[in-house]
Design a protein around this ligand. Structure first.
Ligand code: UDP
Length: 254
């Protein structure tokens, strides 16, 4: 297929013009960044795994009625998505203390939270994604109070569903980040889940051992990053048990 026009290049993905108006092709790279781009690296096969994992999770969420931008996976590294106007707010949902929450409040990682916490961050690389409140979001016009109600209830629904789904395969969903976008059908606006859901933006711990199966392995130089992502895919049943280790090979995908 002829290479399409590139719309945007992010840290882990590239967006190309899609085959029809209102669509985009989302290409998953192996590049990884952390700490506001101060740490960069390549995790071989990550793009292939995240493409497949995100397809699987977005499809399951679509099945329970959560609207998403996902249309279909096109190949190993690309998926077709609806073009949305990204709301510049990152929504983080937490079930267990980890990462910046542990740091900010001097709490130990691994403490289960009595109730899920939802946090908002302004999506801005230049400003290093500052934490914001609903007041900032509505005052600066990024979303209305009604939009926020919808975003909050969708985020909690995603959390409940994904927590159960991962629990079923022996994984604790510690926290994750979501992004939402606006879609117009004529002049009717809908808010849908966008971006990706993968070990790049979730913390996933083995239920028994607390072993990290996510990007913290890269952030903290723990090694075995690709293997951890592969383990997540294997447990979700989207990587053949005896599949080849070579992530470039077509047999990885079902
Ligand atoms: N996260 C993300 N992108 C960001 C910041 C956070 O995907 O720009 C995810 C991260 O992978 C984790 C959750 O959001 O699953 C909470 O991250 P935290 O605030 O603890 O920040 P971190 O420790 O990753 O800096």
């Amino acid at each position: 297929m002829a290479r399409r026009r590139q719309i945007f290049e992010g840290k882990a993905k590239v967006l190309f013009e899609g085959p029809e108006p209102g669509t985009l092709v989302q290409y998953f790279k192996d590049d990884a960044t952390a700490f506001d781009n101060r740490k960069t690296g390549v995790i071989t096969g990550k793009g292939v795994l995240n493409n497949r994992i995100s397809e699987y999770l977005m499809t399951k969420l679509g099945d329970i009625g959560v609207p998403t931008h996902f249309v279909r996976r096109l190949n190993m590294r690309e998926q077709l998505v609806r073009e949305v106007e990204i709301i510049p707010v990152e929504v983080v949902v937490r079930n267990v203390v980890a990462g910046s929450l542990a740091k900010r409040f001097g709490m130990s990682e691994g403490t289960a939270l009595p109730r899920s916490i939802v946090e908002y961050y302004y999506k801005s690389d230049e400003l290093n994604d500052p934490m914001i409140t609903e007041e900032h979001i509505t005052a600066f016009g990024w979303a209305t109070p009604q939009d926020l109600d919808e975003i909050m209830s969708m985020s909690l629904r995603v959390n409940d569903f994904l927590s159960g789904l991962f629990l079923g395969v022996g994984i604790r969903l510690v926290d994750f980040k979501l992004e939402f976008g606006r879609l117009w059908d004529n002049d009717q606006m809908r808010i849908v889940l966008a971006d990706e859901i993968s070990p790049d933006n979730c913390r996933l711990w083995d239920m028994q051992t607390d072993e990290k199966l996510d990007k913290d392995r890269f952030r903290r130089d723990m090694g075995g990053v690709g293997e951890a992502y592969q383990e997540v895919a294997r447990r979700l049943g989207i990587l053949p048990e005896s599949g080849p280790r070579d992530l470039q090979g077509p047999a990885v995908m079902q």
